[in-house]
Write a new protein. Sequence first.
Length: 211
Amino acid sequence: MKHKTEIDLRSSWKLPNSTIKITHRPWFQPWYILLLIMFTNHVTAQNANPKKSWALPNMDSLYDGTAYAPFRITTTDGKIITNESCLGKVTFISLWFEGCAGCREEFGEMNELYDSLKSDSKCQFLAITYDDLESLKNFITKYKIHYPVATNGDYKSFHQLTYGMGCPAIVVLDKEGRIAMIGMKTLAATKKGPSGDFSISKAISFVRNLE
């Protein structure tokens, strides 16, 4: 049964014919009962194990095992790279752009990671941005980046490669071109990204385990 209440605003607002009808629903709606049960179970679990903190599920893992978004990028030396170029090797991808302060902070660590992986024939390293190719060359020189950098030249399609997670982001593809890891992570030694710490040693270990 619905309980209805009328509130007359004419006297307070001085507006003619301004009666508003507000319908109150009973508190025992099914969604309310379900929410109450979920909260009760959560509190019970917390009391049983107070050291275990509550957290949202890792949204990054939803994409694990799925084919990576299609892309076609051009390296600074004119080489074209697509999804097909990633087949047969484990591919480590750094997603960034020139205006990203967090991205610039990890260039040194990315250089170090690339140096650790470049001699491994079973994996490859890519850094993808959407910045203009000509300005990109000057930027690379300025920040002393010595790993391969490529651009797709378009923000909208670049945004699809990050799956809306922002930058800096890291993607690791297995040898079949499927996502093994994706997330807004940083290798910067002094920073902690939204997805947690991700050191150079962890990155190397993750790649090696996929080979």
